[in-house]
Design a protein around this ligand. Structure first.
Ligand code: SF4
Length: 64
């Protein structure tokens, strides 16, 4: 199963990821992304990868 990861030092709180997949991503009180879950089943991988690509500062990625 793939895993979604975030680099909080890059996150600027644009929330594109939340709009794209609010079951995986949220924003905390400081405006940083929160991963609601990290394991990505194959059936959801394309959707989560698209959400990761929507991040303007490339703070998210999916890896095996
Ligand atoms: S889209 Fe990127 S910068 Fe915006 S909240 Fe998500 S991870 Fe952070």
């Amino acid at each position: 199963m793939a895993t979604v990861k975030a680099d909080l030092s890059l996150c600027q709180g644009y929330a594109n990821c939340v709009v794209a997949a609010d079951d995986y991503f949220d924003i905390d009180d400081e405006g940083l992304v929160v991963l609601l879950k990290t394991e990505v089943p194959d059936s959801e991988r394309t959707r989560v990868e698209e959400a990761a690509r929507s991040c303007p500062v490339s703070a998210l990625w999916v890896e095996d």
